[in-house]
Design a protein around this ligand. Structure first.
Ligand SMILES: *Cc1c(COP(=O)(O)O)cnc(C)c1O
Length: 831
């Protein structure tokens, strides 16, 4: 894979801080050990070596980073600003080595020092600055933006405590504080000089300015300072190194003893504590929106800092304010940053004296909005009293935007007050609420869903009236994931086989994997393919043993469901299948059953009782099934604790079967489904999210489809869904539910799972029981297919071969082409 970037001179005098040879890197590591950490090799612990290597790798990115920033400053290109409350970037060391093309070099340099690279990689704490798919998507997009040489900045929040660490005690999830910063973060560069002030609370009043113009003055009750914490994001084998800029909150003044008497001193300390609390902790809710004051303050804080930063960059360039939308395109990752619509208006109108109509034109041309959910409980709204007390000026601006917007609607649809009420930015039906999805839609020139099905449903449901009004604004950009992290880095054995078979160009053009189709039936290639999978499964088996004590047979079918625990994702449907198979074995111990190892992983929101009960059920079933002599090891059930990006690295490559079994119409896209496909897992899934497109790409015959479609789900619900009917019609299902209710998986406790059983048999909001029979039938097909090794291997190869569409490079290309109107800028590096 030699190219311009990795080719280095053999010159032993290559600089220790930038040289890409093993000798230079080795000197760099030892220098960092001594000069930054005051340690020398004889007394250095692995953690010190990790830090020394991380700093040495960072050193090697800095020239690229500086060149990138300087080039953008000099260039007239647009910059894509990706605003996201979450960036789940995962461990950085391995990824940066891969993208810089120096992984083998680093291994060699460390070996000469008697250090093993893998040991250091295992030590790295990941920044858990996201809940799941949405935050990981933002991280994949940062990787693709740099790799595709697109000028971009990621903007978000530098939480001091990210997503909690999950432990399993007595079968239950226990949350433990994530102290990711405890040992320091070598990737982050704090920039105290890049700081902005954000106001909260207080009141507004009308005034006239020096020129006699009417204006509004907002006097906030307090100011918080946002300080930039930058993380360089290098592209793969290019010079581009974009910036992820996360804001941390600080008190505006360090309090001055002389200015305060004793009473005020404590008030001042308190103010400081409040200010520093703002970016303290990530809210651990995945789907449901949480109407908390601090959460709204966090959103406004990072949005305001980010927009002020863009205006500052514009000023630095000497560009007029009217060029804002030419210089920046701002993508809102869900509604979390949607207060940007009102904040940009405030900054333009109040702070820069831009007339309203011109400011509105700039705002709409600059902003675009990605919707991520149709679940009613996940759509963000904020109560007017909260908005009024925390962001009084922004609420006034929202009212003014709404007044003008509704005037337009009334002109367009005279007399249709029902439509006006539906489309209003304010929900007036009960306690009055600001609808953030409406604000984002009205303030954007483009709105997109994240898979074909989802984008279609978006236009038929939550944004129907808007799609009718502005059809040209609606787009689809199906999500993608980066093949650098989710293939090259985490599955090196597969990457090697792919390089040898189709050439190494697949890493940046994933459609080239199509060439694998020619080898799908080749016996020798199939054998190599299976060996790769087998070795990945052995690695996962060892991880499972050390994390849980459970021994699993790497020859069994590895059936994996890893993702946040949620009723709509239906981990409990999977659990019902396991109990079904268990019940069949108890009935007939001689049954010829395909040996399977079921692997679950995922966190439940701490306040989500049903999700936590589902984890308890999985662990209860595991305890019984794994130890029942009648099962004799043919079924194993594992709940792998603390699923994270880092743990995902060895889960996705080891999977034979990918469980994508959400209720149709509920999963916007999914991205885990794509990671599995790339790594050669077959999918059992519903027609939901991107599963639809995965099936289209791989072919019906290579996908295990089951369950109701989104339309059918709605029809069944409208007709009055009665889950009990499905229980009465299916003996196997009835027995399974009885076994759980009778305490078989709760050590005789008949109360433990009652809420779950009652929920399924009485309401079953996600139609678990309606899809049960078809799911079990398709799983029987899976078991049969597994028995035909050549057929299974062929399907596995075809899954990887046809996964090209799901690269985040394709998704970013589409954003650039259709929404951002932005093109690459090559970064030159003078060496
Ligand atoms: C990819 C990923 C997800 C998203 O998984 P889905 O199956 O799409 O819900 C969640 N968490 C982590 C750590 C991931 O890497």
């Amino acid at each position: 894979m030699a190219d311009a970037l990795t080719a280095t001179s053999p010159d032993s005098a290559e600089p220790a801080r930038s040289g890409l040879s093993a000798a230079a890197l080795q000197r760099g590591v030892v220098d960092n050990l001594l000069c930054l950490q005051a340690r020398y090799p004889a007394i250095a612990a692995p953690q010190h070596w990790y830090m020394a290597l991380a700093y040495s790798v960072r050193d090697r990115m800095l020239a690229r980073w500086a060149a990138t920033v300087q080039t953008y400053a000099a260039h007239d290109a647009r910059v894509a600003c990706y605003l996201s409350a979450e960036f789940l970037i995962g461990p950085q060391l391995g990824n940066n080595l891969v993208n810089l093309g120096i992984e083998a070099t680093a291994r060699e340099a460390l070996q000469a020092l008697g250090i093993d690279l893998d040991t250091l990689l295992a030590l790295e704490e990941e920044p858990g600055l996201g809940n799941g798919g949405l935050g990981r998507l933002a991280a994949c997009y940062m990787d693709s933006l740099s790799t595709l040489e697109i000028p971009a900045i990621g903007y978000g929040i530098r939480y001091e405590f990210g997503i909690f660490d999950q432990e399993i005690r007595d079968g239950w999830q226990v949350e433990v504080t994530d102290k990711w910063l405890q040992k320091g973060n070598p990737w982050e560069i704090v920039r105290p000089e890049v700081a902005y002030y954000v106001g909260l609370g207080g009141s507004t009043r009308n005034e006239s300015d020096a020129q006699g113009r009417l204006c509004v003055r907002w006097t906030p009750a307090r100011q918080i300072k946002g300080v930039a914490c930058d993380t360089p994001m290098p592209g793969y084998h290019v010079n581009t190194c974009n910036t992820l800029r996360l804001w941390k909150s600080e008190a505006v003044e360090s309090f001055d003893l002389q200015d305060f008497n004793v009473g005020d001193y404590y008030a001042a300390v308190n103010e400081k504590v409040i200010s520093e609390t703002l970016s303290k902790v990530l809210y651990p809710n995945d789907e449901p929106a949480i109407g908390k004051r601090l959460r709204l303050a966090q959103q406004y804080f990072f949005v305001s800092c980010s927009l002020q930063d863009m205006l500052h960059l514009l000023d630095l360039k000497g560009d007029p304010i009217g060029h804002f939308a030419e210089r920046f395109t701002v993508q809102l990752n869900d509604t979390h940053p949607s207060i940007a619509v009102a904040e940009l208006m405030r900054l333009l109108v109040d702070e820069r004296q831009v007339p309203w109509d011109e400011a509105w034109d700039i705002t709409r041309r600059a902003l675009a909005y990605t919707n991520h959910t149709l679940l009613p409980e996940a759509l963000e709204t904020w109560g007017l009293p909260l908005m009024c007390s925390l962001l009084p000026r922004l609420l006034e601006i929202i009212y003014e935007i709404n007044r003008r917007f509704l005037d337009e609607i009334r002109q367009r649809y005279p007399g249709d007050e029902a439509r006006v009420a539906r489309m209003s930015l304010i929900d007036e039906r009960g306690d009055r609420l600001v609808r953030m999805a409406h604000l984002a839609t009205v303030g954007s020139h483009a709105v997109n869903g994240v898979a074909e099905l989802h984008s279609g449903l978006l236009k038929q449901t939550v944004l129907r009236d808007f799609a009718e009004l502005w059809p040209e604004r609606f787009h689809n950009v199906t999500n993608g994931v980066t093949p650098r992290r989710f293939m090259l880095l985490c599955n090196p054995a597969l990457a090697q086989l792919l390089d040898e078979t189709v050439g190494d160009g697949w890493v940046t053009d994933l459609t080239r994997l199509r060439k694998l189709e020619a080898y799908a039936d080749d016996a020798a290639f199939q054998e190599r393919w299976r060996r790769v999978k087998q070795s990945n499964k052995a690695v996962l088996a060892e991880r499972i043993r050390s994390a849980t004590g459970i021994g699993v047979d790497a020859a069994a079918l590895f059936d994996v469901q890893v993702k946040r625990i949620h009723e709509y994702k239906r981990q409990h449907l999977n659990a019902l299948l396991i109990v079904t198979l268990y019940q069949r074995l108890r009935r007939n111990p001689q049954l010829a059953l395909t040996p399977r190892c079921f692997v679950f992983g995922g966190k439940a929101a701490p306040g989500y009782a049903m999700a936590k009960l589902i984890i308890r059920l999985i662990n209860g079933v595991a305890e019984v099934v794994n130890n029942d002599p009648a099962v004799n090891g043919r079924l194993k059930v594992v709940f792998y604790p603390n699923f994270s990006v880092k743990n995902g690295h060895f889960v996705y490559p080891a999977a034979d079967l990918s469980e994508q079994i959400s209720t149709a119409g509920k999963e916007a896209s999914g991205t885990g489904n794509m990671k599995f496909m790339m790594n050669g897992a077959l999918t059992i899934g519903t027609l939901d999210g991107a599963n639809v497109e995965i099936r289209q790409e791989v072919g019906d015959e290579n996908f295990f489809l089951f369950g109701l479609s989104a339309d059918e789900v709605e029809r069944v619900k409208r007709a009055g869904y009665r889950p009990a009917d499905y229980v009465n019609a299916n003996d196997e299902l009835r027995e399974v539910l009885e076994l759980i209710a009778n305490g078989h998986f709760s050590r005789g406790d008949r109360e433990m799972f009652r809420p779950l059983i009652d929920n399924l048999t009485q309401a079953d909001p996600f139609l678990v029981l309606a899809d049960y029979a078809d799911y079990v039938a398709r799983q029987d097909d899976v078991s049969a297919a597994w028995q035909d090794t050549r057929r299974w291997t062929r399907m596995s190869i075809l899954n990887t071969a046809r996964s090209g569409k799901f690269s985040s490079d394709r998704a970013i290309d589409e954003y650039c082409e259709e929404i951002w109107k932005i093109s690459p800028v090559r970064i030159a590096l003078d060496r």
